[in-house]
Design a protein around this ligand. Sequence first.
Ligand code: ZN
Ligand code: ZN
Length: 417
Amino acid sequence: MPKTVTAGLAELREDLAGFYRDLHEHPELSLQETRTAALLARRLREVGFDEVVEQVGGTGVVGVLRNGDGPVVMLRADFDALPVEERTGLPYASKARAVDADGTEVPVMHACGHDMHAVCLTGAATLLARSRERWSGTLLVVFQPAEELAVGARDMVEDGLFERFPVPQIVLGQHVGPLPAGFIGYGSGPVMAAADSLNITLHGRGGHGSRPEAAIDPVLMAAHVVTRLQGVVAREVSPAESAVVTVGRLHAGTKDNIIPDTAELGVNVRSFTPAVRDQVRTAIERVARAESAASGAERPPVLTWFASAPALVSDPEATGRTVAAFSEHFGAQRILPMPQVNASEDVGVFGDTLGVPTVFWFWGGLETEPTLAALGEGRIDDLPGNHSPLFAPVVEPTLSTGVEALVVAALTWLDEV
Ligand code: ZN
Ligand code: ZN
């Protein structure tokens, strides 16, 4: 049955490719995706969605297609871009610049492929809307903003996504990445890490660089915190588990002969299970407080957690059923099992909120033959991946594969007529 539905792709392909190049050339930063949102909403209206609502959780767009009794199936795509200067040299490369939340002008690029995600979902929505006689149930199409800040999914849920619209029994989504175009990669269980960011402000007491006895040095304190944090994963987390603690930002002082008042650290944590996540977060807080105390600080450090996303779990049973449908549709040779990825995705927020399964897969965006060769030779990390200024999926067969995967996955969970 999916083949009869995806056959309609032939006549959409050119239009979708044009839409993709347009979005690629006009990327928008997280929380600023107004042009993209308007275009996505217009497309859903054009193909006959009963209900299309904009500005759900900021710039989110929701489309509902009610098509008789049956399950409610949610398809999700994100559509924000990144502050990256594009260097692909493509004719439709972005030259866009924008002002970020800090007021700084930055280059903007779809360096994570979310433009491809959004276009593939409009394609799948179109094909499913045009083949209504072949399935029954309700299709909930969710275009989620601000994935790169890990806030978009939460913002949509908090804006009443599941009170204002039909509640899905399953959440389906996909991410394009450095795999051969035309291929699908999947994992089962925890597939992407939980991400948590922490800002630490260490309080010392400033003074003259020549009189350390009259000061409490937050620079030394910060240095000890950075070093000591390396022991959290190495010495506290079981070697059978996986976690990452990175201090990506360290800032203190203005001049060599002044001991500053404070030091700031930005810490990023990745983990795959709630237990390890709690363990690592608790250990980091303990280290920051204890190093502060060890230095004789008069005030405890200020710890602020932000930008949290839960681990993304692709429900094993539901993933098995969906991947079986992919194998049947694409052929088993185009389906690749994948290891866990330490990157994060906030799509898990939707399923977690409702307690329903999420199925999430990856699909390839790099030129097929050279990428297959690189995979075989273990050189895949040499190729441009997500967030690289050189990362842009080849339009085909990436686009067709992404549309078909969404259609096949949706039809796996909707009722067949
Ligand atoms: Zn990204
Ligand atoms: Zn992404």
